[in-house]
Design a protein. Structure first.
Length: 329
């Protein structure tokens, strides 16, 4: 629709998605799609910066799409597509590479983390990851990028690159802004609440996956690390474990943190952890049923991706054409 702000976000189809991906990203998209022109992609080009098994990557890509849909992301309201279907991503990335300094990329926290974890394969793509992400965002003249806090540095660099290009030529890219949740912009690991809950976390008990069954979800929450005093209050500094659980309960139960706290006034940690687990499991059950149903309908999923790719390519190619013209191609 003319005049509406543009929103862009994506998830990498690597490993299983966690409730952190849901709360930090996908859940918000469902609300935002009514008020913005939204583009949501599955970032399979980012995924190959870490070695993938091809058949698994293909399967997981469809699984992420089916999960978006099962969570309520609606292809009638937004453009849903696969990054590799739109060649403008790779093309703009190449141009933006010439506006990005090696030193900046070497300093990115995620690059440093991933290089440490994949020391055998520190490939150029891993280092270039933020530039491809900048291309994703800038191709669509994006106003807002709804992501979790862990993506802050990546959105910042996309802004820097946009400004650098605009200053070198003339205004070409919209300079985007990140959009974070008030609650749940960072869901932490249940076993180690100082760390982000991650798809690739070493401790499988610390992450709750979108595919976990009810018993597994409840077991993981029962084991969640809290602290030694028995107060259920939101205080991320002093009480990271309890505060993380309150955030999760608030996100899954659709309540404010204050209301979540009030629900547990005077109650013990055992009861609290069980209630958080139940709130999550209750919400996941219908999503999982719909996810399974959609995954069996490959023709439908392919149709969504095909239509999405056409729409995304149209918008992306408009920006790419401008860029090519400005740089003298
Ligand atoms: P990815 O796949 O790591 O994560 C997808 C989204 O989930 C959010 N997230 C979390 N939010 C809260 N708590 C957590 N524990 C948590 N873990 C993950 C992430 O912040 C993200 O919003 N580089 C991106 C994918 C991407 C992208 C883009 C995003 C590619 N191109 C363009 C926005 C715009 C990534 O790896 O996300």
């Amino acid at each position: 629709m003319e005049g509406r702000k543009i929103l862009y976000s994506a998830v990498q189809p690597t490993n299983n998605l966690t409730i952190g991906n849901y709360v930090g990203a996908i859940k918000n998209w469902v609300n935002l799609q009514n008020d913005y022109d939204c583009y949501f992609s599955i970032a399979n080009m980012h995924a190959i910066t870490v070695r993938q098994v091809p058949a698994e990557l293909r399967q997981r890509t469809l699984s992420v799409l089916a999960l978006y849909l099962a969570c309520g992301v609606d292809p009638e309201k937004c453009v849903l597509y696969l990054q590799s279907h739109v060649s403008a991503h790779a093309e703009l990335c190449w141009v933006l590479n010439t506006f990005t300094y090696v030193g900046e990329m070497e300093r990115m926290t995620q690059f440093k983390d991933k290089s440490a974890r994949h020391a055998e394969n520190i490939n150029m793509g891993l280092m270039d990851y933020p530039v491809l992400m900048a291309a994703d965002i800038l191709l669509f003249q994006t106003d807002l990028v709804p992501v979790g806090i862990d993506q802050r540095q990546h959105v910042e660099i996309a802004r820097d690159i946009a400004q650098r290009f605009n200053n070198a030529y003339s205004p070409t890219f919209k300079v985007p802004e990140a959009l974070y949740n008030k609650v749940g912009a960072k869901i932490n690991d249940l076993a180690d609440p100082a760390k982000k809950m991650s798809k690739s976390g070493e401790n499988p008990n610390g992450a709750v996956f979108m595919s976990d069954d009810r018993d597994t979800v409840i077991r993981k929450f029962k084991r969640a690390v809290t602290d030694s005093d028995a107060e259920i209050i939101y205080d991320p500094e002093r009480k990271p474990g309890v505060s993380n659980l309150l955030s999760i309960y608030s996100a899954f139960g659709g309540k404010s943190i204050e209301a979540a706290q009030a629900d547990f006034a005077g109650k013990g940690y055992g009861e609290f952890k069980l209630a958080v687990g139940e709130a999550v499991a209750d919400k996941l059950a219908p999503v999982q049923a719909e996810w399974k149903r959609l995954l069996a309908d490959k023709a439908y999923l392919d149709g969504v991706l095909k239509a999405g790719a056409e729409n995304a390519a149209r918008a992306a190619n408009r920006t790419l054409a401008k860029v090519y013209k400005k740089i003298g191609f």
